[in-house]
Write a protein that binds this ligand. Sequence first.
Ligand code: ADP
Ligand code: MG
Length: 465
Amino acid sequence: MNNDQIWQATLGELEINLSRVNFVTWFKDTFLSSFEDGRAIICVPNAFVKKWLEEKYHKNIVNSLENITKHKLHEIIYKIELRHGSNNIGLNVRQIKNTEDASVSESKIQTPDTTVKAVTANRFGLNPKYVFDNFVVGRGNELAHAACRAVVNNLGKAYNPLFIYGGVGLGKTHLLQAIGNEVAKHTDKILYATSEKFTNNYIQAVQTGKAKDFKNIYRNVDLLLVDDVQFMGGKDGTQEEFFHTFNELQQGDKQIVMTSDRPPKSIPAIEKRLISRFESGMVADVGKPDMETKIAILERKSIEKGFPLDKDVLIYIANNVQNNIRELEGALNKVVVIHQLSNSVPTLKSVRNALSDYVSSLQAKSLTAKEIIEAVSRFYEVSLKEISGNSRRKELVGPRQVAIYLIREELSSSYPSIGQEIGGRDHTTAMHAYNKILREVKENDNEKLKQDLESIKQLYANPLY
Ligand code: ADP
Ligand code: MG
């Protein structure tokens, strides 16, 4: 394997254990420039990424590199260097096998023709990968899928708004963007935004005196897609603006589609009038896929990856990955990478081996406060004792507040019980800490803190990590 192939395989492995956002954020535009005598030089685009990889992902990178090359590493040097015209993230697991393909598509990027294509494919911020064609319909998502199809065929008239809700990793974003990609064939007036993007755009527009432009943009579309509207909870100004945007679009028979992780009524801190608007069209839920659907999804994705798997293997994976489709994909990626690298044919036994850690970690008992505190302590490199202790040192108060915040968010524990968990504190202390972090995240939009929270979640959500 050459350096690029090694690095792509490493990225493929790293990606499995990271959220897409985290992965893209930290590994975009990285490459392996040298790998010799147990010494690797990894090039990164800037100092920020360098620091982050050194501090947070170093161990994972070492493990994956050693795993893939079967060579022991003595040293990794992270070097700031840009390679022109490259984008490693586009080259994923799928392309490891077919390096010819990868190099072709890379060199093609330079021709004007494909540049234009790439731009149009990503129009409106939609991921071209999310289309109806590759969405597997089964029990759990058939109603939502049918509603989405109906919306496409009768824009603004069938169900308006369409509100799709359900747990993480069950295909809401996929469906939402599939509507966008389909409608994009006929009109340019489409907007896709996460509710966070809507919020940020709005705040920015107000601050720079451009609220009017904002209104013009958002109210002048045929189709508005808003992902994860639950995050509008507690943001009054944004809700007000969204309410008016919503009314104007709806009255003009312009289509609105939203997703959320819960039904309208259950979104915390959301205005009554918005709830009633959200419910005024069609509300469809997506649920967990049943066994047949899981097998169909795995079968399809394994074929897409050029790595078809036997039925018994598919059944094994489907049986052992319970929670959602994203995890199903994660397990499949892992199986594919491991067998491609060892150039071996997957058997039930080898797949069981490949997934042993993954599966047992997924099946592990549900999250506890203790696990959250442990993850926080690992992340900030402070001891469990220090988190629970009485010191008011800044380096400890921060992590303590973060732990409290995460326990409340993840487990909905009561303040008194959280206080108990964190060194027998008073419930008002827990409440204060929770609100403090909530404000930082929701009102002050503290990017750094949000990244921290995301990374800590990775720590307790992915025991492999
Ligand atoms: P959500 O927005 O509900 O958290 P996503 O839409 O991001 O979930 O889906 C997670 C992953 O699972 C995506 O890669 C998506 O393509 C895939 N996926 C979800 N449902 C299906 C399905 N029915 N058929 C094929 N792929 C799916
Ligand atoms: Mg989503």
